[in-house]
Ligand binder design. Structure first.
Ligand code: NAD
Length: 732
């Protein structure tokens, strides 16, 4: 069985249907390309065939993209000369797509080709759009849930099967840039408005419309194969094009801070490709694509953001138990987190009971969903019916009796052990014995909170990040007595609400906050040392972090930082290591500079809350040191502060799987995505160098940078994290 088949009609139209065996959506693999080529050759050679339609055998979708495992394998199989192997492989893909595009035309006169249409029943991503772009006309079914686009940049590569070169030539660099640089996806109507697809037609007419076009003896020479082709918006030396390219370069570097190799390579491929004829542009695109594939960043990103993320979402670490999907969830506390949890649960079709102390508070929590749906309606992403159906699922009340029949409770009341214990006790009186009870605490140990319950095996942490509806990660925390069914339940719930889970063991601040806090603290220490605040935040942004540590603490609020510092100090006593940090944070708190929420923090804000420059009062209290540190030293301090915490979490068994450490870091706090996560970063720089650098930092800045035993041992043996701990990942 192959993934492509051909049917030749009596009217002379050959329909090539893509239907990947054993998958619900088409994905391209190495054999698939060869099969497609063979069928195209057949159709072009057959005198009875007048034209071709390429479509999909999967209802509602054309293709989800290339199987990225194939790219990883292509590089690994390329042996001693991976660059040459990859380049030849990519040029092979170009040759097949170019064959479709030229369709048997005479190379000189452009005469004699056969029209080839793409008929997309729905979603068409990556190679699933690059193939249509090589066809002569793209028909898309009017399917509003379909997504059409080139999302490669999101996993650290760029469209390398001609998509970059063709889209820029079809739309111009300006119009193509959000699609290529941001991986923006559109529904069919928007894709038509953007000029990506040519026609949107009712689904039931898709093939007939394409057939009629094929039989209409249409013009099929692509503009760029015609004499006198001019790039829309102008090529780089055209006055308008010049502005576009200069602007794009500045914009990309501003946004990425130069930290993402794929964005830079993409821009180079576009710019250089725009200066030369089409076939040369394809070679240039292939060179830059190979350049990106050979950068360790791209394999690390593909591994974390595609392969491992998907494995975790599919339950790589789920105990082997029957389906535990949630039918009715009780959410305790309708504040910021509870309201968001109710929203995402109801959106997933789960019945929700949302409880607060007063009816007004519960109603306010439910209104959050109504507001969210209203915004969706305004943007054309939701309907009034969907809003009504979602709201119908939420019961906002103060009455615990409504919790009867819940199979999962998520508690999100105040961060106070006494309040939490009281709520837990009251809930457990109402629900069945086998109901799983989860807490959304961010700082309190799960094992302690579980003591309120006489079924601690059913007690677990489900830690959301704020804002719940935006943040993709959910951290699941096992207390000492948490049983496998509670873990399976939490994982099945996270899958229902379409987020990515990691499962960790109980320890102070679990995994994510444990790593984020030292990042913020290292920034605050530098303030106390007189390092320029702009150097601190920009060093982080140039590493690819979405916000620097000072901006981050302004966003999360300085009094929250002070509260955590007080609680940690009380719990740790003499061993507390962060007194230098507290000086800064308590002083800021005392000055009433609580961050964005008080319109005053490390930054000044205008009356609309827009960030201005750094607050001058900071420099008055902590004068700038005459000699500022080197950028790399600042970056290494910020990086190692987090990464060493991740290594310690692994060493102590808080983390059981490095994939969770890497995926969690990127999704929870935007850890330099280009690196693939903390462990992937250590593998990129190499454990021997990492250990050496830690020794230097420890000598200069203190014991918090001491090389953990595990890292020291791995450095001595020359081991990598994925080499040593990746087996689990490979086996999954
Ligand atoms: P919040 O103050 O916005 O909401 C708490 C809600 O709980 C309030 O509406 C309050 O009236 C209600 N409540 C208090 N006692 C109650 C009781 N006895 N019965 C019913 N309802 C009661 O707080 P939040 O930011 O939503 O945080 C809630 C929990 O989530 C905390 O444990 C917090 O640590 C955790 N958390 C917060 C964040 C965050 O960024 N805010 C992130 C992750 C986890």
């Amino acid at each position: 069985m192959t993934d492509f088949r051909i049917e030749k009609g009596a009217d002379g139209v050959a329909i090539i249907t893509w239907d990947t065996v054993g998958k619900s959506m088409n994905v391209m693999n190495a054999q698939g390309f060869l099969d497609l080529e063979a069928l195209i050759d057949d159709a072009l050679a057959d005198a009875a065939v007048k034209g071709v339609i390429i479509t999909s055998g999967k209802p509602g979708s054309f293709a989800g993209g290339m199987d990225l495992n194939v790219i990883a394998k292509m590089r690994d199989d390329a042996g001693d000369n991976p660059a040459r192997g990859l380049f030849d492989g990519v040029m092979g893909m170009h040759a097949i797509l170019r064959k479709i595009e030229r369709a048997g035309m005479d190379p000189k006169t452009n005469k004699g080709g056969k029209p080839i249409a793409a008929a997309l029943p729905g979603t068409a991503l990556g190679i699933g759009l690059e193939i249509p772009l090589a066809c002569h006309r793209i028909f898309a079914a009017d399917n509003p849930s379909a997504k059409i686009g080139l999302p490669e940049i999101m996993v650290g590569i760029f469209p390398g099967a001609g998509g970059t070169t063709r889209l820029v030539r079809k739309l111009g660099a300006m119009a193509a840039s959000p699609l290529l640089l941001e991986g923006k996806l559109n529904d069919p109507k928007k894709a038509k408005a953007a000029g990506v697809v040519d026609e949107v037609v009712p689904a039931y007419e898709l093939i007939e419309k394409a057939r009629a076009w094929v039989l209409s003896n249409p013009e099929i020479v692509k503009p760029w194969d015609d004499k006198g082709y001019k790039m829309p918006g102008g090529a780089p030396y055209h006055p308008a094009g010049f502005m576009t390219f200069v602007g794009a370069s500045a914009m990309v570097n501003g946004k990425t801070q130069g930290a993402f190799p794929a964005a830079r390579a993409l821009l180079s491929a576009v710019y250089e490709g725009a200066l030369v004829p089409f076939d040369t542009a394809l070679r240039i695109e292939a060179r830059w694509f190979v350049n990106v594939l050979l950068n360790p960043s791209s394999s690390a990103m593909i591994r974390s953001l595609f392969i491992n993320k998907e494995a975790l979402e599919k339950g790589a670490n789920r105990p082997d138990l029957p389906d535990q999907r949630v039918k009715k969830v009780g959410v305790m506390g309708a504040g910021m987190m509870g309201a968001g949890i109710a929203l995402v649960s109801a959106m997933a079709g789960i019945q929700v009971v949302l409880i607060d102390q007063k009816q007004e508070a519960a109603d306010k929590g439910k209104a959050y969903t109504a507001d969210f749906m209203d915004q969706g309606i305004k943007r054309g992403k939701a309907t009034a019916e969907k809003k009504a159906a979602t709201l119908d699922l939420i019961t906002a009340t103060t009455d615990y009796a409504a919790l009867k029949g819940c199979d999962l409770i998520i508690e999100a009341v105040f961060e106070d052990p006494k309040v939490k214990a009281e709520v837990t006790r009251e809930v457990l009186k109402v629900v069945d014995k086998d109901c799983i009870f989860a807490t959304n605490t961010s700082t309190l140990p799960i094992t302690e909170l579980a003591k309120t319950s006489d079924t601690p095996e059913n007690f677990i942490g489900i830690h959301f990040f704020s804002p719940v509806e935006k943040m993709m990660l959910v951290e699941i925390i096992k207390g000492q007595k948490t049983g496998p069914r509670a873990v399976a339940k939490a994982l099945d719930y996270v899958r229902q609400i379409r987020k990515t889970p990691i499962v960790v063991n109980d320890a102070r601040f679990f995994y994510c906050n444990r790593c984020i806090i030292p990042y913020i603290n290292e920034g605050l220490r530098m303030v106390a040392e007189g390092v320029a605040p702009a150097l601190i935040d920009n060093a982080a942004r140039q590493l690819g972090f979405p916000v620097g540590p000072l901006q981050l603490v302004d966003e999360t609020s300085i009094d929250l930082g002070a509260k955590i510092a007080r609680a940690t100090r009380a719990a740790m006593g003499e061993a507390y290591p962060d007194a230098a940090v507290d000086d800064v944070i308590f002083w800021m708190e005392g000055e009433g500079r609580l961050g964005r929420k008080s319109n005053a923090g490390f930054y000044d804000y205008d009356e609309k809350g827009k960030r201005q420059g750094y607050w001058p009062g900071l420099a008055a209290k902590y004068p700038r040191a005459a000699k500022q540190p080197d950028l790399y030293e600042v970056q290494h301090r910020l990086m190692f502060a987090q990464v060493l915490e991740a290594v310690r979490a692994l060493e102590e068994g808080v983390l059981e799987d490095i994939r969770e450490g890497d995926v969690g870091a990127i999704l929870a706090w935007g850890f330099a995505p280009w690196s693939g996560g903390p462990f992937a970063w250590l593998d990129i720089i190499g454990t021997p160098y990492a250990a050496e650098r830690c020794d230097q930092l420890a000598e200069k800045f203190g014991a918090r940078f001491s090389t953990p035993k595990l890292l020291r041992e791995m450095a001595a043996k020359g081991q990598s994290f994925y080499g040593r701990f990746g087996q689990k990942a490979v086996a999954a």
